[in-house]
Design a protein around this ligand. Structure first.
Ligand SMILES: Cc1cc2nc3c(=O)[nH]c(=O)nc-3n(C[C@H](O)[C@H](O)[C@H](O)COP(=O)(O)O)c2cc1C
Length: 361
């Protein structure tokens, strides 16, 4: 099974990369990730100054959400230039290395010339630029004037108009978008201590992990629809080979993952790469490129039949009846759901929540 993906002169042997964060915070960690078989590497965001990071700075909640106030790399740019990046260049082989840089036009004027020799491509964290298109365009033009390498602007979910963002960065010379950064401001509260469980000096943290995946998918899709010639790297909530396929269907050419391995174990990177061929085969795809070439269809329809149940599969848990927001499900004498056609709204919740997939819609 061919897992490779190619864009902007880069070839990745598979579409999975890490996303910028603590797991890619120095050369040792990045080389460990390379050995997991990742298609590309993305380093922690480097800026002109090293970050002053509050502690604690990461909270994991359940299996699906991470909250953080970690900022960019705690190391000065000189440590990256003199230590980490020469080591990476010597040892990374043919795995493309995307260097994440932040934030302003002035930062770019300093950083891009210093980092260019080490980068196969750049990813640009630009949330401090704000939402002004003129300012964003200026940052993009500045980077384009400083490097011939491909570069991708990382969109923060607070950008109100991803399609407008896509137009602006395309017109000014960027190769694509990384979508999305973590989501916020958000807040976690420790009731016992009567304080935030973890926060920056304003009281906020940023949210990531599987919980943000639907938002990330929609942003990838919106950008790709608005500017089909842009490369999109999908990031946000990836946790399985199936998630990778979903991002490729939505319009991504590759994906990044960070939070899920921090919640469920770092071996998840290698597992997803190992699972991907089986998962592609299961859904009838011939290759990663085949998924990328597939046109995603809209599910909208205004006609729907009633749900039906396969009684032999039903586990009699009654979840469908307890959850139904239209009070349309009762259990029959065998504790199998029966649907009241006068009350059933054909909403689909019962089918989507049935733990044994006994309900069809
Ligand atoms: C602890 C932590 C640190 C992060 N640091 C950075 C960073 O330095 N630069 C950046 O662009 N994004 C950073 N991110 C955002 C991630 O790269 C990613 O966009 C986001 O977490 C969504 O992906 P995920 O759900 O797979 O984690 C960080 C996220 C977390 C959780």
């Amino acid at each position: 099974m061919d897992l490779s993906t190619k864009f902007d002169g880069l070839t990745l042997k598979n579409p999975l990369m890490p996303a910028a964060g603590p797991l890619v915070g120095d050369a040792e960690k990045l080389l460990w990730l390379k050995d997991q078989g990742l298609g590309g590497l993305v380093a922690k965001t480097i800026s002109t100054k090293d970050a002053h990071i509050p502690h604690p700075c990461i909270i994991g909640e359940g299996n699906n959400a991470i909250f953080n106030c970690e900022l960019w790399t705690e190391y000065p740019k000189e440590k990256w230039i003199n230590e980490f990046l020469p080591e990476l260049k010597a040892k990374k082989g043919d795995t493309p290395l995307i260097l994440s840089v932040g934030y302003t036009k002035e930062d770019m004027e300093v950083l891009i010339p210093l980092l260019d020799e080490f980068a196969d491509a750049f990813e640009v964290s630009c949330h401090y630029v704000g939402t002004d298109h003129e300012k964003m365009g200026e940052v993009v033009r500045t980077i384009r004037s400083l490097t011939s390498k491909p570069f991708y602007m990382k969109i923060s979910p607070h950008i109100p108009d991803p399609a407008g963002f896509a137009h602006t960065i395309k017109q000014n010379g960027a190769n694509g978008v990384v979508a999305i950064n973590s989501l916020g401001p958000s807040m976690v509260i420790d009731v016992e201590k009567r304080q935030m469980a973890c926060s920056n000096d304003k009281g906020f943290v940023w949210m990531s992990g599987p919980v943000v995946k639907p938002l990330a998918l929609a942003t990838v899709y919106t950008i790709k629809q608005a500017e089909p010639s842009l490369t999109v790297i999908g990031v946000g909530g990836v946790a399985s080979a199936k998630d990778v396929i979903e991002f490729l269907l939505a319009g991504a050419s590759a994906v990044g993952m960070l939070s899920a391995p921090m919640l469920r174990g770092k071996e998840l990177y290698a597992k997803i790469i190992a699972d991907l061929p089986k998962e592609l085969e299961k859904y009838g795809f011939k290759s990663v490129q085949d998924v990328i070439n597939t046109q995603l269809k809209n599910a909208v329809t205004y006609e729907h039949d009633m749900p039906s149940v396969d009684a032999s599969k039903c586990s009699h848990c009654q979840l469908c009846a307890r959850n139904c927001p239209y009070f349309a499900i009762d259990m029959d004498e065998n504790r199998v759901p029966k649907f009241n056609p006068n009350k059933c709204f054909r909403c689909g919740l019962c089918a989507s929540k049935c733990p044994v997939k006994a309900i069809k819609f």
